[in-house]
Design a protein around this ligand. Structure first.
Ligand code: SF4
Length: 178
């Protein structure tokens, strides 16, 4: 069996472990499988891109990072953000200036995110999402290298979630930018 299929099976098994963990855990935060999965994947991604010059990087963000009251259509184009500072989008936008050729996309769901990746064909994706969406996305996108970062749920899930630009800067440095 080729390395591709073996790795694909490992990704499916880890996803299954996460789902089972959620079923049996009384408290969902006790389920450590998602973190394990993402750590395992991120190490693999770093190893894969180690000796390459990666020029086409995408940052994929969930829609819930946008301030809930903001009516601007940033899913069409993140540059529609007016930089008011009420959510993390404005700071994340500034990463383009600091790190150069990065495409930043806000997706309203997994299907649109996958469509975007198919069209844009990045060499590396840095994906931000909640546990379930992130690991399902990483699993489905394999073998595209997707470095996963969990967003922070501060209000209710799917509303006003957070990810600091500093966290993304750390990741960009880790994957060899600047
Ligand atoms: S920073 Fe941008 S996206 Fe966020 S609330 Fe302000 S204008 Fe809307």
């Amino acid at each position: 069996m080729s390395k591709f299929y073996i790795e694909k099976i490992i990704y499916h098994l880890q996803y299954l472990e996460y789902l089972l963990g959620d079923r049996v855990s009384k408290n969902l935060s006790d389920n450590n499988s998602a973190k394990k999965f993402v750590d395992f994947n991120n190490k693999k991604v770093l190893k894969k891109i180690q000796k390459k010059i990666v020029s086409k990087i995408s940052i994929l963000l969930p829609h819930c990072i946008q301030n809930y009251e903001c009516n601007l259509k940033i899913t069409n184009n993140i540059n529609n953000c007016k930089n008011c500072g009420l959510c993390d989008i404005s700071e994340i936008l500034n990463l383009k200036q600091e790190f150069g050729n990065i495409d930043i996309k806000v997706a309203t769901g997994g299907t649109l995110a996958r469509l975007y990746l198919k069209e844009y064909q990045p060499e590396l994706v840095i994906a931000v999402a909640c546990k379930r969406d992130l690991i399902a996305g990483i699993r489905d996108c394999y073998p595209i290298p997707v470095y996963g970062v969990f967003n922070e749920i501060v209000d209710t899930p799917c509303k006003n979630t957070k990810i600091s630009a500093n966290k993304l800067k750390e990741v960009l440095r880790e994957v060899g930018r600047k």
